[in-house]
Design a protein around this ligand. Structure first.
Ligand SMILES: Cc1cc2nc3c(=O)[nH]c(=O)nc-3n(C[C@H](O)[C@H](O)[C@H](O)COP(=O)(O)OP(=O)(O)OC[C@H]3O[C@@H](n4cnc5c(N)ncnc54)[C@H](O)[C@@H]3O)c2cc1C
Length: 497
């Protein structure tokens, strides 16, 4: 593999979600010229930033499926990858709670299924033990899964991408693949609005759009049915209400794990997700609806009566890429295959939950498929380590004092809710991928994620962007192209800050 002209690659990955970025990082262990093409202005803006952030243990999936295999492997692998990439990871453990005696059989079934999948340390506990672990939670019995963990799904995706970039992968953001042609030489020609790319291997890792990309290459047998899940985000002061992830007994035919309560690594709590199929032609319909949100609140209160709207600070939605139509529901196993009719194209189809957990084992499988054909040479310069932005707020007093002494920008708090300093925000602005929408800065620094949701710090962050990059009024974008932050124009042409 030895492509070296500017737009020619050995392998192109379409889609920079957690799966695409894992493949990019894993493939960069070898001497391969790799590009990742992403239609959004940053990595991880599909399902990969719109989920529960749970590193599942692997007891929810049918034994013998790829979902079960990669989930369990991903759970066991996660700790070392998180360390290499400097990503937060907490093994909080999970309780699947039976609300009444009739649900206890469901717990036993899950335990048995988990054990068949290789999940360790599963236990069924009674009402008293629930009370000891979770004094605010109501239930008659629960499955305790100590292996279940949480991470930051967007920081994990960013970390994978930054490490891949450091190891030589080329990232093209704002680059939507619009057409695919397979030449008689076997190469693929990918057309985007501004540029054409040529590659030997094409990896379709486009989440909810995977069937569309496959169709562009002439494969018409995959179908994706988008299914939306809505969430509430609770303020950090709700985190004292629970210690574990709290889940209901799942009803598999619903195609989700039920509305659950999940602590986040940053100290918030999530309630959700709901489960509704949406129009296949509107796969980016991330709407949150009052009807669903009030249902989320009621469902959460069944386990944790102390939940109340006073904790709610934000909401969001994610879209599952389901292979099962609404009439069927449930789950269909992942498809990860090189299609016979289009050699050298690897399609990843239906990577729904537990896709965040399973992403790395999936990446290893894809790389093994290419290695088997090409006998790849190892990249001797591969560096598995990446350092994230140091969180000033999480340091002890002595370290904080030293940091401020060395760099006064640590002494200026810009986001008061999350206590994010000017130095951290400048580092987030200067990120290696060059993603500078406000949401990119938010995900990297946590600024604008607190109780006031940027009411205080957003304009200050915009001032930093203006100072550093001499931004004009229409350069300020919330979430990529055309999501302008400012409208109108002062007579002197300056932004209306
Ligand atoms: C509500 C919900 C909750 C979930 N909770 C969990 C959980 O707790 N734990 C867990 O393990 N999993 C969870 N999942 C599953 C997990 O989020 C997904 O499996 C995973 O994020 C899929 O990653 P991906 O990279 O395949 O897709 P995505 O993250 O969607 O990435 C696909 C990328 O392709 C890009 N793209 C699409 N078309 C094109 C094009 N034409 N050109 C260029 N780029 C393109 C998109 O912009 C996107 O960035 C959840 C999912 C949902 C929806």
């Amino acid at each position: 593999m030895n492509k070296n002209t500017e737009n020619q690659f050995d392998a192109i990955i379409v889609g920079a979600g957690v799966v695409g970025c894992s493949i990019a990082r894993e493939l960069s262990r070898f001497k391969v010229r790799i590009a990742v093409l992403e239609k959004e202005s940053d990595v991880g803006w599909g399902s990969s930033c719109r989920n529960s952030g749970v590193i599942h243990a692997g007891f929810n999936n049918q034994p013998g499926t790829l979902m079960a295999k990669y989930c369990e492997e991903g759970n066991q692998l996660f700790h070392s990858i998180a360390q290499e990439l400097d990503v937060l990871f907490k093994k909080t453990g999970k309780l699947v709670v039976a609300k009444n005696n009739s649900e206890i059989a469901g717990l036993k079934k899950l335990k048995k299924q988990g054990e068949r999948n290789g999940v360790k340390n599963l236990d069924i506990i009674d009402e008293q033990e629930i009370r000891k672990l979770e004094p605010n939670v109501r239930g008659v019995a629960a499955l305790l899964s100590p292996e279940t963990a949480i991470t930051s799904p967007y920081l994990y995706t960013i970390a994978l991408a930054e490490n891949a970039l450091k190891n030589g992968v080329h990232f093209y953001l704002n680059t939507e693949v619009e057409n695919i042609e397979k030449k008689s030489s076997g190469e693929f020609v990918l057309k985007t609005q501004n540029k054409q790319f040529i590659t030997d291997y094409l990896i379709n890792s486009t989440g909810v759009y995977c069937d569309k990309i496959a169709r562009m290459a002439g494969i018409d047998r995959y179908r994706i049915y988008p299914c939306r899940g809505e969430y509430y985000v609770l303020d950090k002061n709700a985190s004292s209400l629970m210690n574990h992830l709290i889940y209901p007994v799942p009803h598999i035919e619903e195609g989700g794990l039920g509305i659950h309560l999940t602590p986040t690594v940053d100290g918030n709590v999530l309630i959700g997700p709901s489960n509704e199929y949406i129009d296949t032609n509107k796969r980016n319909n991330y709407a949150v609806t009052m009807e669903v949100l009030s249902k989320l609140c009621k469902e959460a209160q069944k386990f944790l009566p102390a939940i109340s709207p006073k904790y709610f600070i934000r909401n969001y939605a994610g879209i599952r890429s389901k292979q099962t139509p609404p009439s069927q529901g449930g789950y269909r196993d992942y498809v990860i295959e090189e299609s016979e009719e289009v050699p050298n194209m690897i399609n990843l189809i239906g990577i729904e939950s537990p896709g965040l957990t399973a992403a790395y084992p999936i990446a290893k499988e894809v790389v093994a498929m290419i290695d088997k054909k090409e006998k790849l040479s190892t990249n001797p310069d591969f560096n598995p380590y990446r350092k994230g932005i140091l969180r000033f707020e999480e340091q002890d007093e002595e370290t904080k004092r030293k940091l401020v002494e060395q760099d006064p920008d640590y002494g200026e708090v810009i986001c008061r809710c999350e206590q994010v300093t000017k130095r951290e925000i400048l580092q987030a602005i200067d990120n290696p991928l060059g993603a500078r929408s406000l949401i990119s800065i938010k995900y990297r620094s946590r600024a604008m994620m607190g109780r006031c949701q940027g009411g205080y710090c957003q304009t200050r962050i915009m001032e930093l962007l203006k100072e550093k990059y001499n931004y004009k009024w229409d350069d300020f974008l919330l979430r990529g192209s055309e999501s302008y932050m400012l409208t109108g124009n002062r007579s002197n042409g300056e932004p209306a800050l």
